[in-house]
Ligand binder design. Structure first.
Ligand code: NAG
Ligand code: NAG
Length: 513
C-alpha cells in the first residue's frame, strides 16, 4: 500500500515537473505564402516536440499525426484571397514605393477579414482556452489582438525584414540612410535624391500606418474580438520580442536593441534523397543544369505571353539542361532541353553538384537555400523585398539581376550563360556560404531559446530600451533643442545690443569732441 502511495506521489511530482516545463502556446502565422510559412513551421514543430502544448493558425499546416502536442487550424483558403490580387499583373513597379506599400496592406486587410471571420478562429476567440504565450507573424497589427484576448505575452516573428513601424515598437533604430526600409535599397554611398527618397518613404509609410492601418485595425479588433478590447496601439507596444530573419549576407548590418533578435536560415534542413527521376536527370546531365523557379507567389504559367516566349527562347538556346518549375501539365512549345514539373524539392535540387545556376525571383528563403548550397543566381524580381534582394546579389557578385519589364531574350540567355561559366560567381558563393554557416547556434535553436526565455520570465521590460516609451518630442529632444536655439538667439541679440551701445557711446564721444 505505502509503495503504491509512493509511486503515486512520484508520478504526481513528475507530472508537476512536466506541467511547469510545458506551456500553452498559440501561434498566428497568417500570411498565405509558402516562403513565409516554411520559415515558421520548424518553430511550432520544435516547440511541440519539446513538450509544449501548441495551437497554430496557418495556411500551411504540418498535418503530422505524430506531433501529438500540436493542434493546427487550417486557413489555406487565404491563398484564394491573395490569388485574386493577381500579383503577376499587378506587381507594382519598384519606383512606386507608396503604391506598393498600400497594395500590400490592402491585401493583408482582405486576408485578415477572412481569417477572423472563419468559424474555427471565431470559436477559438470565444472559447475559454488559456495560453501562456502568443506568437504572431508581424505583417499585420490585428493579429496582436490575440495577445490582449488571452492576456499573454506576445512575441512577433518575421520571415523577412519588417516595415519601419514594427521596429518602432521596440525603438529599434531606423536610420533612413544607414538602414533604409526593406523596400528601399541603395549602395553604400547613396545620392542626394536617394537620401531624400528614403527619408520621405520612412515618413510616408509611418503616416500610412498611424493614420490608416492602425486606426482601421483598431475598429476591426473591436468588431472581431469584442468591444472590451484595449487600444490596439497599447497592446502592440507591449510586445515582448521581435524575432527576425536577417543574415549578414543578404542584409546590411544594423544596430539592434536587446528585444530585437536576429535569427536566420530557419527552414534549411538536412538533405533528403531526390525523387528517382530527378536524381537520374541531374546525375546524367553532362552539360550541367539550370534550375528555373520563380517561387510560389509568382507562377511561371501565369506570366504574360510575351514574357513566357522570351524565357522559352532564351532557355532553348542555352547549352545546358533546364529544370523549370512550371505549374500546369503542359508547356506549349516546350524546348527539348527543358524538363517541367509542377512542384520541385528545391533545397535538394540546389544541393546537387551538377546545378550551375539558379534563376530565381529573389525571395529571401530561396536565396538562403542557394547560398548554403553555393549556387550562383540570376535574379528576376517581381515585388516586395525581391528588388532589394536581387540588387544585393548583383552588388556582392553572387549573380546577375534582370528587370522583367524590359528583359530581352538575349539578355536572359547571356546572363544565365555568364553566371554558369564565369568562376568568379561560384567563388563568391563559397565565401558567402562559409560566412552564413559560421554561427554559434542555429537560427532555430536561437528562436526556441528566446521563446522559452519569455515563458520563463513572462515579460521583457528589463530588456526594453527607455526610448521605446518616449514620445517623439522627448526622443528627438525637441524641447531641448528649442531651448538651446532660443538661448543662442537671445545671447546673440544681447551681444548685438551691447555692441551697438558701445559703438553708439563711442560715436557720441567723437561727436561731442
Ligand atoms: C508531447 O509532450 C510531452 C510532454 O508534455 C512530451 O513528453 C512528448 O514527447 C511530446 N510528444 C511529441 C510527439 O512531441
Ligand atoms: C503587457 O504584457 C504583460 C505580459 O507580458 C501583461 O501582464 C500586461 O497586462 C500587458 N499590459 C498591457 C497594457 O497590455
Amino acid at each position: 500500500m505505502w509503495l503504491l502511495k509512493l509511486i503515486n506521489l512520484a508520478l504526481l511530482c513528475f507530472g508537476l515537473i512536466l506541467e511547469s516545463d510545458s506551456a500553452k502556446i498559440l501561434g498566428i502565422f497568417f500570411v498565405p505564402s509558402i516562403s513565409h510559412q516554411i520559415a515558421y513551421r520548424p518553430i511550432w514543430r520544435e516547440l511541440s516536440i519539446r513538450g509544449h502544448n501548441v495551437t497554430v493558425i496557418s495556411p500551411n499546416i504540418l498535418n503530422d499525426s505524430s506531433l501529438t502536442n500540436l493542434t493546427e487550424i487550417d486557413i489555406s483558403f487565404a491563398y484564394d484571397i491573395l490569388g485574386k490580387f493577381d500579383l503577376q499583373k499587378n506587381a507594382a513597379k519598384e519606383n512606386f514605393l507608396v503604391k506598393n506599400f498600400i497594395t500590400i496592406h490592402n491585401m493583408m486587410f482582405s486576408v485578415m477579414h477572412a481569417i477572423l471571420e472563419y468559424g474555427a478562429v471565431q470559436d477559438l476567440i470565444h472559447s475559454d482556452e488559456e495560453f501562456d504565450l502568443i506568437l504572431v507573424e508581424s505583417l499585420h497589427p490585428l493579429v496582436f489582438s490575440f495577445g490582449a484576448r488571452f492576456k499573454a505575452p506576445i512575441i512577433a516573428v518575421s520571415s523577412i525584414e519588417v516595415f519601419v513601424y514594427i521596429y518602432d515598437i521596440f525603438a529599434n533604430p531606423t536610420h533612413p540612410i544607414s538602414n533604409p526600409d526593406m523596400m528601399m535599397y541603395f549602395e553604400r554611398e547613396p545620392s542626394f535624391i536617394e537620401r531624400i527618397r528614403s527619408l520621405t518613404h520612412n515618413v510616408v509609410s509611418r503616416l500610412c500606418y498611424y493614420w490608416w492601418i492602425l486606426p482601421q485595425s483598431d475598429v476591426l479588433a473591436r468588431m472581431y474580438f469584442g468591444e472590451d478590447m484595449p487600444d490596439l496601439e497599447k497592446i502592440i507596444s507591449n510586445t515582448s520580442l521581435l524575432l527576425i530573419n536577417r543574415n549578414p549576407i543578404m542584409h546590411s548590418p544594423r544596430p539592434n536593441v536587446p528585444t530585437v533578435i536576429e535569427i536566420g536560415q530557419m527552414h534549411i534542413r538536412e538533405k533528403k534523397n531526390l525523387p528517382e527521376d530527378l536524381q537520374t536527370y541531374l546525375d546524367s546531365s553532362e552539360k550541367g543544369v539550370v534550375y528555373f523557379s520563380l517561387g510560389s507567389n509568382i507562377k511561371s504559367a501565369n506570366l504574360s505571353g510575351g514574357l513566357q516566349e522570351i524565357i522559352k527562347q532564351a532557355l532553348s538556346e542555352l547549352p545546358f539542361d533546364i529544370i523549370w518549375k512550371w505549374e500546369t501539365e503542359q508547356l506549349p512549345g516546350k524546348p527539348d532541353n527543358v524538363l517541367i514539373r509542377e512542384w520541385l524539392p528545391q533545397q535538394d535540387i540546389l544541393g546537387h553538384p551538377n546545378v550551375k545556376v539558379f534563376v530565381t525571383q529573389g525571395g529571401l528563403q530561396s536565396i538562403e537555400e542557394a547560398v548554403v548550397n553555393g549556387v550562383p543566381m540570376v535574379g528576376i524580381p517581381f515585388w516586395m523585398d525581391q528588388f532589394n534582394n536581387v540588387k544585393i546579389l548583383a552588388d556582392k557578385g553572387m549573380g546577375i539581376g534582370l528587370n522583367y519589364n524590359t528583359m530581352t531574350k538575349e539578355e536572359l540567355r547571356k546572363a544565365i550563360f555568364e553566371v554558369a561559366t564565369n568562376s568568379k560567381f561560384k567563388k563568391q558563393l563559397e565565401k558567402a556560404k562559409n560566412i552564413l554557416l559560421d554561427q554559434p547556434v542555429t537560427g532555430l535553436n536561437k528562436a526556441i531559446w528566446w521563446i522559452e526565455y519569455v515563458l520563463r520570465h513572462k515579460e521583457t521590460t528589463h530588456l526594453r530600451t527607455p526610448s521605446a516609451d518616449m514620445s517623439f518630442f522627448q526622443y528627438f529632444m525637441v524641447d531641448v533643442f528649442a531651448f538651446l536655439l532660443l538661448s543662442i538667439c537671445i545671447f546673440v541679440y544681447l551681444l548685438k545690443m551691447a555692441f551697438r551701445m558701445i559703438v553708439g557711446s563711442k560715436n557720441n564721444k567723437i561727436k561731442t569732441n
